[in-house]
Write a protein that binds this ligand. Structure first.
Ligand code: ZN
Ligand code: ZN
Length: 352
């Protein structure tokens, strides 16, 4: 079914006359618009797309299935006018909407925040979306493979991140989905460290977390390398292999109809049994698409049930303060024939 029609069905199921979309990724998903200023009003029979004059031409090219409105003043004022013109009183809006939007409408309309109206559709990727996600994965993997020979003792974390980012751009990524993480030695104990001027040194575990992009769709992956030399090599290898087993166990558990929490548990149990239970403090994964973090959530408290079409990461890790860390992150797609790995870079411990 067409996306906009699905929204209309959901509207009537919730007894709403209109739904106001403010999240730009949701607007892109429903209309095709790629710009950075817009509001979308969906009613039972119509859809109104509001943008400012900077995007007049772009909207004409990109936006499908909507009446395009380019008001001279504030977009929200024209949303009000349109709603009043249609005689609509009950309006749904997104749970994530800015307070200013709520405030600007609350005097005249019966407002209801709705969670997941568009996000619930976005969670199942269509054929074209999957093609773009695969492309984003390929760009990320090729970029990494290209710069991989330059990752060695003596180079700084920042230099590795910079060359990787440049390589991603050269592969065609017009955006970098998030700041690349290159965390070595003690820094690797911080799951979301920023690259520093620290040089990779002997015995450092090096966590590299990066993503690619293709026409607005993202990819997300992590590999951990070990720099030759230093002390405690055996312990680091054991830690690495524990995370690798957790990664594989979670991937094996994933499938249509499986509770996301059970996938998390598969990784967490393994890490716990190896004695690292206190050092894995984040969820096992998250959906990826137009946003780098979206549904489903793969965590112990997640209520999500995995289903066909979903794309998500599996990224268990172990982080030991003062020592270092390991994370191995892959992307999985649940297809007709079951789950498939989208990321292909090898996962044996790479010693540089
Ligand atoms: Zn990541
Ligand atoms: Zn991730």
């Amino acid at each position: 079914m067409e996306r906009m029609e699905e929204i209309r069905e959901r509207l009537s199921a919730r007894r709403l006359k209109a739904f106001l979309v403010s999240d730009l990724k949701n607007i892109r998903y429903l209309t095709g618009f790629r710009g950075s200023s817009a509001l979308l009003l969906v009613t039972g029979g119509d859809a109104f797309f509001f943008t400012d004059f900077r995007y007049r031409e772009q909207a004409r090219r990109e936006v499908k299935g909507c009446e395009i409105v380019v008001p001279a003043g504030a977009l929200l004022r024209h949303v009000r006018k349109t709603l009043k013109g249609l005689g609509i009183r009950s309006v749904g809006f997104e749970f994530s909407a800015p307070y200013g939007l709520y405030h600007g409408l609350k005097g005249d309309f019966a407002l209801r925040a709705v969670r997941g109206m568009v996000e619930d559709l976005r969670v199942r990727k269509g054929r074209e979306e999957l093609r773009l996600i695969r492309k984003a994965v390929r760009r990320a993997e090729e970029a990494f493979s290209e710069i991989r020979p330059g990752i060695r003792a003596g180079v700084t974390e920042r230099a590795v991140a910079l060359t990787l980012e440049e390589s991603l751009r050269r592969k065609g990524c017009s955006r970098i989905p998030f700041d690349i993480i290159v965390a070595s030695g003690e820094n690797a104990a911080l799951p979301h460290a920023s690259p520093s001027d620290k040089r990779l040194g002997p015995g450092d575990l090096v966590v590299i977390d990066w993503g690619g992009e293709a026409d607005g769709y993202f990819s997300d992956m992590t590999r951990t390398l070990l720099v030759r030399g230093g002390a405690d090599t055996e312990r680091k290898v054991e830690m690495y292999n524990t995370v690798l087993k957790a990664n594989r166990s979670a991937i094996r558990t994933a499938g249509a109809g499986v509770r996301a929490a059970d996938v998390d548990r598969a990784a967490r149990d393994l890490i716990g049994r190896a004695g690292y239970g206190d050092f894995f403090g984040h969820g096992t994964g998250h959906g990826v698409g137009l946003d780098i973090h979206e549904s489903p959530r793969i965590s112990l408290i997640s209520k999500d049930i995995l289903g066909e079409g979903m794309v998500f990461t599996i990224e268990p890790g172990v982080y030991i303060p003062g020592k270092g860390g390991v994370r191995i992150e892959d992307m999985v797609h649940i297809g007709e024939k079951g789950p498939r790995l989208l990321t292909r870079l090898p996962k044996r411990l790479d010693i540089v």
